[in-house]
Design a protein around this ligand. Structure first.
Ligand SMILES: C[S@@+](CC[C@H](N)C(=O)[O-])C[C@H]1O[C@@H](n2cnc3c(N)ncnc32)[C@H](O)[C@@H]1O
Length: 398
């Protein structure tokens, strides 16, 4: 018998909605619809659990609890109180946080909307349980998200619960941050766009904390981001990378979760047996290099990623052709523009002299600097990196 389907919103990085939808489809998601920074879909419980263990792109996977007409403060208050069996979904000993988005009718201020949802919940608890939950903004037991929008019949509210109280982009391998690191899920999405499958060498000449390489290799080896790396390879200890609040929901199925954890760990074990081409990172700064090494070790990928101190401008690639990926400094946060101009110019010259036949993907936040490469991009994918408008540029080096 087919499990009931849940309405789910995956919150994902801007411009990576299509890649995120493809990833969710592989977990059995149906009726996929890409929105701005989100993908709407329907999933059964197994797909939802698998996405928590294995999806690389979402920040959050929100499950719909209820939708109701809502244009006013009183409709919001009453609708929230009736949206779920709160005895089960929010017993007073659990802490919570409320997020809000959108607007409807007189409710046009997200902060106020979130506050009103919180009031409705704690008032309900006081009335029915005689005590109330604490609000915890950092590490709550439950995260609720209320979205206001326009439905076919008028203003509507949708109340969701997050399956993980901490953001899924935090894999847990990156104690050391390097400089201006990419978020792990953004790096994973960028690597998905390159299509690198481990068959040819992969080099990042400005690797920083090695996020692009770590995400690329763990994807190809099928290491599940929801399990701690050592745990995935030693299936006797399936330690989770975080607390998954969906495992404490009233309708949680821990037997199902357990079987999916074992399947994910076995998949990772099998994935780790396959040979992959050399993966190399260069970093000039010895301190950042050390941090990158500890990240690679924490991700359990030392056997596959070779990090070296070196100057990306003098890159001598291994026998190829292969794929180059990088996110060189671009001025918004690091380095000064004139020095950077010469760095890009030198790098472009090196590529043309020594990397003919390779393909390059470069994350640029500064079009003037990328012009200094002296090459023409064959593809430009707009992406937002920490609020900075960037392009993931593809070049075929001749
Ligand atoms: C924007 S950061 C890369 C961030 C990286 N993608 C991550 O997620 O951590 C750019 C990195 O290039 C390094 N770098 C700057 N000039 C370099 C050079 N000539 N050769 C190699 N690395 C260089 C910096 O030290 C910095 O770590």
């Amino acid at each position: 018998m087919q499990d009931q389907l849940w309405d789910v919103i995956a919150v994902v990085p801007a411009s990576l909605e299509a890649e995120a939808a493809a990833e969710l489809e592989a977990f059995g998601a149906q009726s996929l619809q890409t929105l701005r920074r989100a993908v709407r879909c329907r999933m059964d419980r197994a797909g939802y659990y698998r996405a928590h263990l294995q999806a690389r792109l979402p920040f959050q996977l929100l499950r719909l609890l209820a939708s109701f007409p809502c244009a006013s403060r009183s409709q919001l208050y009453g609708g929230v109180q009736e949206a779920a069996d709160w005895q089960g979904w929010l017993p007073p000993q659990l802490s919570f946080r409320v997020e809000a988005s959108g607007r409807a009718g007189e409710l046009n201020h997200s902060h106020f909307t979130a506050l009103e949802v919180k009031n409705a919940l704690v008032d309900w608890q006081r009335q029915h349980c005689g005590q109330r939950s604490d609000v915890d903004l950092e590490e709550p037991d439950r995260v609720f998200h209320l979205h206001l929008g326009q439905g076919p019949q008028g203003p509507m509210a949708s109340l969701y619960v997050a399956g993980s109280s901490s953001s899924l982009h935090r894999r847990g391998y990156r104690a050391a941050m390097g400089r201006a690191p990419l978020k792990e899920n953004l790096a994973a999405g960028l690597m998905a766009i390159t299509g690198w499958d481990g068959g040819v060498p992969l080099v990042d000449p400005f690797c920083g904390s090695a996020t692009l390489l770590i995400e690329a290799v763990s994807r190809v080896l099928q290491h599940p981001p929801g399990l701690l790396p050592g745990a995935a390879l030693a299936p006797a200890h399936h330690a989770q990378a975080r607390r998954f609040s969906c495992l404490q929901w009233p309708d949680a199925d821990l037997g199902l979760w357990r079987s999916l954890v074992v399947a994910s760990a076995e998949q990772a074990l099998a994935g780790s047996q396959q040979p992959i081409a050399p993966v190399i990172g260069l970093e000039q700064d010895p301190e950042v290099l050390e941090q990158a090494r500890s990240n690679v070790a924490a991700a359990g990928l030392e056997a596959w990623i070779d990090l070296r101190q070196g100057d990306g401008r003098e890159l001598m690639p291994p026998p190829g052709p292969g794929v180059l990926v990088c996110n060189p400094p671009y001025g918004e946060r690091l380095g000064d523009e004139q020095a950077l101009d010469s760095l890009y110019h030198r790098f472009g010259r090196q590529l043309k002299e020594h990397c003919s036949g390779w393909s390059l993907w470069l994350l640029s936040g500064n079009a003037k600097l990328t012009r200094a490469l002296g090459m023409k991009a064959s593809r430009r994918v707009p992406v937002s990196n920490g609020g900075i408008d960037c392009r993931w540029l593809h070049y075929e080096i001749r």
